[in-house]
Design a protein around this ligand. Structure first.
Ligand SMILES: Cc1ncc(COP(=O)(O)O)c(C=O)c1O
Length: 449
C-alpha cells in the first residue's frame, strides 16, 4: 500500500516516518470530514466535551468490577463518573438497571444472549437482508449469536411491503416448530436497517407462551428513544435493551445494557468477569456526558433527525430515486433505504458518492438474494441524517443534498464539480449542536503532543 501524498510504500517506512505518517493521516482525515457529507447511518459526531473525556487519563486505567466494589485502587473519580452515567441512563430510558461497561453494541448483545440462553437454544432474529445485524445472525454466516454463542438462529418471516416482521407468519412458524419439539428461548428485535418500530408488544405476547426472553437491540435508534420519538422497548415488553452509544446517541464508541432489576445480578456477572476486564473508562465518561446531553437536548434533536430523514427521502424520491417505502412515508427513524440498481449497484454508487465527498454505505435490500445480488454489490444504499442534523442542517439543506445527489448519480455530473458544491455547503456547518458547549469545531484536529 502506498501512503497517499508521500508516494512511499508502508513497508518501507522507518519508525520516525511511520510515526509522522500516522499523525498526518489523522489530520488529513479530520480535514476530509470537515468538508464531507457524513451520512453513514451508524456514525455520529460527539460533542467537544465527549472528545475531551476520550482524551483524558481515564483511558489509561482499570476499574474491574462494579462501582464501589473495584478490584483496583485509584478509582474514586471513575466511580463518581460511572455512577452518574448509570443514574442518567436510568432516567433517560425509564429503566431500573443500567450497565455502561460493555465496550460495544456487539459485546452488549453477547452479554444479553449469554444471560438468557445456552448453546443450542432456538432464537429468532431478522436476517441481514431484512435489516438484521451480523451479531444476530446464524452460524453459517459467522454471526455472533450463531457462531459464537452457538444458538440455533431462525429468521422472522418478513413483510417486505411494509419492511417489518410478519407477526402472524412468525406465530404460525413457531407453532409448527413447537409441534416438532422446538421451542424458542429468545427473540431478538431491533436492526441495522431500522426504518419503522418493530412489533415488540406483539412478539412479547408470543414469547410469554414459551417463557422466552426479548432482547431489543436499539444500537441504531438509542438517541431517538432517548428523545422520545421512537418506541420505548422496555415499556413495550422487552426484557433487555442493548445499545451502541455512538449512532443516533452521539457519544463515544461504546455499548450499554438497559434492563430490569430482576436481571441485574446475572448481567453484571456476565459483563465482568465474563466479557470485559478493563471497560474503556474514558468512553464511560463520554457516555455519561452523552446521556446528560440527551436528557437536555434530544427531545429537539431526535425530532429534527426524523423530520430531516423524511424530508430527504421525499426530496430524493421526487428527483427520481427509488427511495423505498414511500407507502409508509419512507421512514420513522434516522435512515432511508434506496434501491440504486438502476445506476449500477450499491457499491458503485457508494464509490461515486465518495469521490464527491458524500459518505454513505452500500446495503442489501430485502429482495437482493432473489435478484442474485450479494453484500459485495448489493442493490441498495442506506443513508442516515443524524450527523448532518447534529451539524445544524435542516429541511433546506436536505433538499439541496437531494439536488446534489441527483446531479451526481442520475445526471452523472463529473465528481469534481459535485465535490465543490459539497465543500461550499459544508462551510457553514462546522459546529456540533445539541450539546452544552461547542467552542471547538466539530472535526477540529486538536494537538496535545
Ligand atoms: C443493530 C446493531 N447492533 C449492533 C451493532 C454493533 O455495534 P458496535 O459497533 O457498537 O459493536 C450495530 C452496528 O452498526 C448494529 O447496527
Amino acid at each position: 500500500m502506498i501512503i497517499l501524498g508521500l508516494n512511499m510504500s508502508i513497508k518501507s517506512l522507518n519508525a520516525r516516518e511511520a510515526y509522522e505518517a500516522i499523525l498526518r493521516s489523522l489530520e488529513k482525515h479530520h480535514e476530509m470530514m470537515r468538508f464531507s457529507l457524513p451520512m453513514i447511518a451508524s456514525e455520529n459526531i460527539p460533542s467537544p466535551a465527549v472528545r475531551e473525556a476520550l482524551a483524558s487519563d481515564f483511558g489509561n486505567r482499570y476499574a474491574e468490577g462494579w462501582v464501589g466494589e473495584r478490584l483496583y485502587a485509584g478509582c474514586q473519580y471513575i466511580d463518581e463518573v460511572e455512577s452518574i452515567a448509570i443514574e442518567l441512563g436510568k432516567k433517560l430510558f425509564h429503566a431500573e438497571f443500567v450497565d455502561v461497561r460493555p465496550i460495544s453494541g456487539v459485546v452488549a448483545n453477547l452479554a444479553a444472549f449469554t444471560a438468557f440462553t445456552k448453546p443450542g437454544d432456538v432464537v429468532f432474529s431478522c436476517s441481514v437482508p431484512t435489516g438484521g445485524h451480523i451479531s444476530h445472525a446464524k452460524k453459517t454466516i459467522g454471526g455472533t449469536a450463531g457462531a459464537i454463542r452457538e444458538l440455533d438462529v431462525y429468521n422472522y418471516p418478513f413483510d417486505e411491503k411494509n419492511f417489518n416482521i410478519d407477526v402472524d407468519k412468525t406465530e404460525a412458524m413457531i407453532k409448527e416448530m413447537d409441534s416438532s419439539g422446538k421451542k424458542p428461548k429468545m427473540f431478538i428485535l431491533g436492526a441495522s436497517v431500522f426504518l419503522f418500530p418493530h412489533p415488540v408488544k406483539e412478539i412479547a405476547d408470543l414469547a410469554k407462551n414459551y417463557d422466552a426472553k426479548i432482547v431489543y437491540d436499539g444500537a441504531h435508534v438509542a438517541g431517538l428513544i432517548a428523545g422520545g420519538i421512537f418506541q420505548d422497548p422496555l415499556v413495550e415488553g422487552a426484557d433487555i435493551f442493548t445499545l451502541s452509544t455512538h449512532k443516533t446517541l452521539a457519544g463515544p464508541q461504546h455499548g450499554a445494557i438497559v434492563s430490569w432489576s430482576k436481571y441485574a445480578e446475572s448481567i453484571k456477572r456476565i459483563v465482568f468477569p465474563g466479557l470485559t476486564s478493563n471497560h474503556h473508562l474514558h468512553a464511560v465518561a463520554g457516555v455519561a456526558i452523552a446521556f446528560a446531553e440527551a436528557l437536555e437536548f434530544y427531545k429537539d434533536y431526535a425530532k429534527a433527525i426524523v423530520t430531516n430523514a423524511k424530508t430527504l427521502g421525499q426530496a430524493l424520491y421526487e428527483r427520481g430515486f427509488n427511495v423505498l417505502y414511500d407507502n409508509r412515508g419512507f421512514t420513522e427513524s434516522h435512515m432511508i433505504l434506496i434501491d440504486v440498481s438502476a445506476y449500477g449497484n450499491g457499491f458503485e454508487v457508494e464509490k461515486k458518492l465518495e469521490e464527491c465527498n458524500i459518505l454513505v454505505n452500500r446495503n442489501l435490500l430485502p429482495y437482493d438474494k432473489r435478484m442474485g445480488r450479494d453484500y459485495r454489490a448489493p442493490g441498495g444504499i442506506r443513508i442516515g441524517v443524524q450527523e448532518l442534523t447534529r451539524l445544524g442542517m435542516g429541511k433546506s439543506e436536505m433538499i439541496e443534498i437531494a439536488d446534489i445527489m441527483k446531479k451526481a448519480i442520475i445526471d452523472r455530473t463529473p465528481s469534481k464539480e459535485i465535490k465543490e458544491k459539497v465543500i461550499e455547503l459544508r462551510k457553514s456547518f462546522q459546529k456540533v449542536n445539541y450539546c452544552f458547549s461547542s467552542i471547538n469545531d466539530a472535526y477540529e484536529y486538536i494537538k496535545i503532543r
